[in-house]
Design a protein around this ligand. Structure first.
Ligand code: HEM
Length: 162
């Protein structure tokens, strides 16, 4: 039981840090950064982005590891998820939807953190006027990831209590 509770706690903590961190960036940090002059704005967003990248990836690893433990506790293996019997139950459909959205979030995070984010930083240093379009696209990608994170929270509550 203590092991199970610790897994639930770590799982919820990682979810709140990841999704809460994305909400903080979108609702607080980015609007404040946009009021700064371009050189300071670029440096702040690049520094915060680099720092939050490692926090985000630590959360992804903890969510996946504790999520698999929690599934195991329910007697479900990863292979079971794709079987007809599992998907015949509403909870199975909720779990598969949660996993598909989680996989999409990981893919968007790779694109944001390792492709578009570094491109924006380089563009802001080389030609700030031309970086605006790229910065907007990257920012929309981050918002899409936040929306998916909020959807996963709804599915998680349904999974436990639905
Ligand atoms: C490999 C990925 C994941 C797996 C296998 C997984 C699996 C699970 C399972 C089995 C539970 C039920 C725990 C229990 O017995 O009470 C759960 C709960 C939960 N999960 Fe996940 N999860 C994953 C990813 C995520 C992600 C990405 C988030 C959020 C961004 C998340 C947020 C939550 C929350 C908040 C709960 C608690 C819900 C409640 O008590 O109302 N999970 N997860």
């Amino acid at each position: 039981m203590p092991g199970y509770l610790a897994s639930v706690y770590l799982h919820q903590l990682a979810a709140l840090i990841w999704v809460g961190g994305m909400l903080f960036l979108t609702l607080v940090l980015v609007p404040v950064a946009l009021r700064l002059e371009p050189p300071r704005r670029g440096a702040l967003l690049a520094d915060v982005g680099r720092r939050f990248r490692w926090v985000g990836w630590a959360c992804i690893i903890v969510l996946a590891a504790t999520g698999l433990l929690l599934l195991g506790r329910r007697g479900i293996t990863p292979a079971d998820i794709f079987t007809g019997a599992f998907l015949a139950e509403p909870r199975g459909v909720v779990m598969l939807s949660k996993l598909v959205i989680f996989a999409a979030m990981v893919a968007l995070s790779i694109l944001h953190d390792f492709v578009l984010g570094p491109q924006v930083t380089r563009a802001l240093q080389a030609a700030p006027q031309r970086a605006a379009g790229l910065r907007r696209r990257t920012s929309w990608l981050a918002r899409a990831n936040l929306a998916l994170g909020l959807a996963v929270l709804v599915l998680s509550a349904l999974l436990v209590r639905g």
